[in-house]
Design a protein around this ligand. Structure first.
Ligand code: UDP
Length: 246
């Protein structure tokens, strides 16, 4: 099955390698390539908002970002191949951009973080051509920001503004038909810049990155309350599916 429906969000059932190849293949055809990396929080928000849900489902690729989504797909008996995080795809695409000397536009995070991101790019990805750098606390309307990005004609756009702002911005660019890979990367600039450390491998292997992040940043704890709600909603969907199939 190539699409897996989790509470209305239609995930692509590809391995990380398949996502990489398919994203680059679509980009090489000069097509606007909008990638959403959706975690349980995003699914829950989209469920309450038809417009957001539609925006996600109209994206070119939707990856399961978070072990909660993988568990949900298993519970629904429509398993997804593997978890594909925004951060991992971001790193992969940055390496690709460096190799191919691509034009990259980075928007999001605080002014300090975006400056640190730029410094790291200069040092570690010297062949990337940064064609735009903008913190995520801009005052102008999102349409003006989209226009600015469009004018810069980047190959890749990474937006780290959090959901749904980043997707709303990228959706505008998709409508402008910018021939670029456009991906919302949430808190990735904070991690990339070293501002926030990614969970140690131990936590990653046990799929407990969320726990590590919550310990490091207790304000995230309340976000975790979404998870049991998410799992309950998934169980309800299982029941509904059983009823329709009988
Ligand atoms: N952010 C931003 N503009 C805003 C709100 C948030 O640029 O108006 C940034 C924030 O600085 C952080 C990122 O968006 O770097 C969101 O991170 P969060 O951890 O909330 O995202 P997640 O990875 O959980 O989606």
């Amino acid at each position: 099955m190539s699409k897996v429906d989790v509470l209305g969000v239609k995930f692509d059932n590809y391995s990380e390698e398949e996502f990489r190849q398919k994203i680059l293949a679509q980009f090489s055809e000069k097509k606007a390539t909008f990638v959403v990396t959706a975690n349980p929080e995003i699914v829950m928000e989209a469920r309450e908002d038809q417009e957001l849900l539609q925006m996600i489902n109209e994206a070119d690729f939707v990856t399961p970002d978070g072990i909660g989504v993988i568990k949900a797909a298993n519970t629904l008996k429509t398993p997804l191949k593997e978890r594909v995080t925004g951060y991992d795809l971001f790193e992969f695409l940055m390496k690709q951009a460096n190799r191919k000397e691509y034009r990259v536009y980075l928007v999001g995070a605080t002014p300090e973080v975006i400056t640190a991101v730029n410094q790291k790019v200069q040092l570690e990805y010297p062949h990337i051509r940064i064609v735009g750098l903008k913190d995520g606390y801009f005052k102008e309307p999102i349409e003006a920001v989209a226009e600015d990005i469009y004018q810069a004609q980047p190959d890749f756009v990474f937006a780290a503004l959090g959901f749904p702002k980043q997707e709303q911005l990228l959706n505008l660019l998709k409508k402008l038909d910018l021939p670029a890979v456009m991906m919302g990367v949430g808190g990735s600039f904070d991690v990339f810049s070293g501002q926030i450390k990614r969970a140690p491998k131990f936590f990653q292997q046990l799929h407990l990155e969320w726990l590590y992040r919550a310990i490091k940043n207790p304000s995230r704890f309340k976000r975790l309350l979404i998870i049991p709600k998410f799992l309950r909603a998934v169980k309800k969907q299982v029941k509904a599916n059983e009823n329709t199939s009988h």
